[in-house]
Design a protein around this ligand. Structure first.
Ligand SMILES: Cc1cc2nc3c(=O)[nH]c(=O)nc-3n(C[C@H](O)[C@H](O)[C@H](O)COP(=O)(O)O)c2cc1C
Length: 212
């Protein structure tokens, strides 16, 4: 088995079921997590996401009730809700293309071919397919978030066990044009979290990886 710091961190992390509610992320830790989310790569670079961060205790408690009552939500320090836009069309890519031209100091016209490619890609998909495509991007952000947390010895629990419609109502997401995709409760494990002692269950390398 190879040994290095990243693998140690990945073995250390686990889906934390119970956080110590008295332990909060520092401002520096929040800033690092937020910047790592912002740096997530995405299809065409379009960044079809928005990350909401809930710290208000009563809001976390309301969200827990519609998250299968999972204690991670109210005990964590910061509850991240990873969202996608409700809809996305080629016109929505313009903001990105304008920014790309400005950032890379090239004429906007040099992105004409890229813009056409994006238009063709999106044009081939209906609303459902676009939603699925955006959700895939959001999961890349979730993966990056969990790995960064592990590397920094910050605990996290990725969560699909929540009612997206209820989240949307509680947080007013329809008005923001957002759909919640997946969550991640972040903080520090409680000393008595039973899940911490569980052995990791993973298939053997030969089962999940094949070199051709
Ligand atoms: C997308 C996703 C959604 C998950 N949803 C939940 C959840 O709602 N509640 C929970 O306790 N664990 C949830 N998990 C945690 C998994 O059960 C856990 O990652 C898996 O059993 C492997 O264990 P480990 O993360 O501790 O290594 C989720 C994991 C992923 C990746």
């Amino acid at each position: 088995m190879p040994e290095n710091a990243i693998l140690d961190a990945l073995r250390w992390r686990y889906a934390t079921k119970s956080f110590d509610p008295t332990k909060k992320l520092s401002e520096e830790q929040v800033a690092l997590i937020v910047e790592s989310l912002r740096l997530t790569p995405s299809s065409f670079g379009l960044q079809t996401w928005k990350f909401l961060v809930v710290t208000d205790q009563s809001t976390k408690e309301s969200l827990q009730k519609v998250s299968w009552n999972q204690p991670q939500v109210s005990t964590c320090s910061h509850h991240f809700i990873l969202c996608r836009p409700a809809t996305y069309s080629p016109e929505d890519a313009i903001e990105f293309l304008d920014l790309a031209a400005e950032t890379q100091k090239v004429p906007r016209e040099s992105f004409a071919g890229y813009e056409e490619m994006i238009g063709g890609f999106l044009g081939a998909m209906d609303g459902d397919a676009r939603a699925k495509w955006m959700e895939k991007q959001v999961y890349i952000a979730l993966g990056q978030l969990m790995t960064v947390c592990a590397a920094e010895q910050i605990d996290a629990c990725p969560m699909e066990g929540f009612d997206a419609t209820q989240y949307s109502e509680i947080l007013g997401l329809e008005a923001k044009g957002l759909v919640p995709v997946v969550c991640c409760a972040i903080g520090f494990r409680a000393a008595d979290d039973h899940a911490a002692a569980r052995e990791k269950v993973r298939f053997a390398t030969e089962k999940v990886v094949e070199f051709l």
